[in-house]
Design a protein around this ligand. Sequence first.
Ligand code: PRP
Ligand code: GLN
Ligand code: SF4
Ligand code: MG
Length: 540
Amino acid sequence: MLSSNNVSTPQQQQQQHVRIEGHDQQVVATSSAATLSIAESKELTGLTHECGVFGAIACGDWPTQIDIAHVICLGLVALQHRGQESAGIATSEGKCSKNFNVHKGMGMISTLFNDDSMKKLRGNLGIGHTRYSTAGASEVVNCQPFVVHTAHGAMALAHNGELVNNESLRREVLGRGVGLSTHSDSELIAQSLCCAPEGVSEHDGPNWPARIRHFMMFAPLSYSLVIMLKDKIYAVRDTYGNRPLCIGKIVPINSGHAGNSTETPADGWVVSSESCGFLSIGARYEREVEPGEIVELTRKGYRTVDIVERPDFKRMAFCIFEYVYFARSDSIFEGQMVYSVRLECGRQLWREAPVDADIVSSVPESGTAAAHGYARESNLEFAEVLCRNRYVGRTFIQPSTRLRQLGVAKKFGALSENVAGKRLVLIDDSIVRGNTIGPIIKLLRDAGALEVHIRIASPPLQYPCYMGINIPTREELIANKLNAKQLARHVGADSLAYLSVAGLVQTVQRKHVASGKPTGHCTACLTGEYPGGLPDELSW
Ligand SMILES: O=P(O)(O)OC[C@H]1O[C@H](OP(=O)(O)OP(=O)(O)O)[C@H](O)[C@@H]1O
Ligand SMILES: NC(=O)CC[C@H](N)C(=O)O
Ligand code: SF4
Ligand SMILES: [Mg+2]
């Protein structure tokens, strides 16, 4: 049982919230008082992302010379691709357990944080978040980090993921007399940690690892968390390792390339959803937080304080779509760079679905690494055929299918001199609704392409995700309506083929299998096999 006591919640605002088919349908207010659903307010292509979490703590004497708020801000900028709705930073000076410095709000990092907001974020440690909402509306009340006041002082929490048993945990916590002020599952986690579990003595002070373990026993999936207390940060990954989280070392400025050696002293430590921003903040990749691990970071360093086992010793289930699409390609997961895995997927795609063509090309951004792999394995020339308009953002409002499709074409121009008279094979990482590929094929044909063959570096998406990714409805997923042959006809391609599930899994796991290291990946949106089974309270 999750226990809880009376703790104050800072957010008192109400939000509009309706449940549709077992999912939260979020509603955002617009200035014209009309309302748009979040789905409608986004450009409807691809999968909508997740969230990014970040934490940093300075080593040595406090107050530190390191500008912790700037380190976190730059760390969040590097995670911006994971969520663009809202962001926030909470810092602590390390002395007072009553108050943290907090700045959060709607929008992108670059618009939210300026000199004034940074000045107020003094601190020796801090955490940050960039959000793509999955539970609870995209409103200021749900911005993270969540800060709550416990019997032992303030606690701030930032979360990437989605609780699969959100509803039953919510009922449990509400049933104990705790008022929740939002529909956010992340607030629920914060409130769940506010009380010591039964049987845990806290005579000598709060036992945070025991509280975190207790929560983890009742919440199998999915979360990567950074939790800040007065003078320490806990980094936590769910027992399946579904969402990513890694540790980096802030090294002295003059330590150069040798900065990742174990002898290099640490100026501080960071934790992040992805490692892609580490070099830009003078940090070096250290390692991943392991599935089920609770890591404590203090000014003295970091240490594992507990490892919680998976229920019934099930396999770990790291999201395979992090490799396919979500992550930035310079990030490292499980000892391999995302770019290298995508490249290898392209090689495998050629082995599974070769095609006679003059050039190989990609749909930028995330299809590009796989296209290079396809070209290398096939010995076909790689040539760019599309120019992407960087000013068409992901938040473009597209009110109708027709305009939406025009919008996708608007995002790209054809490099006609590379295209004219060519038989080309075009690689993309994924097809979701199928809105991107059709207009691109038309564009390429209009530019003079003789043949356009589509190869997709992931299997067809057919099932929903309950672990922090918003996947469109069954009807919206094009693979549930058309098989590869029908889809080729529908989008005007000469042929179309996907990478197989086995091909993707083997490519992602090949290093681990070779070294005998345990591994396991969630493929639920491709196979319908959910890690830990499909929770009763969820259905599609
Ligand atoms: O089938 P659809 O629903 O049209 O979506 C699929 C497309 O969406 C994604 O690209 P996106 O432009 O979101 O991001 P990227 O720049 O990382 O490729 C993905 O890489 C595909 O290109
Ligand atoms: N995408 C995410 O990881 C979202 C975290 C959390 N469920 C929220 O909606 O804020
Ligand atoms: S269902 Fe798909 S998107 Fe969701 S965690 Fe699993 S692999 Fe990732
Ligand atoms: Mg794309």
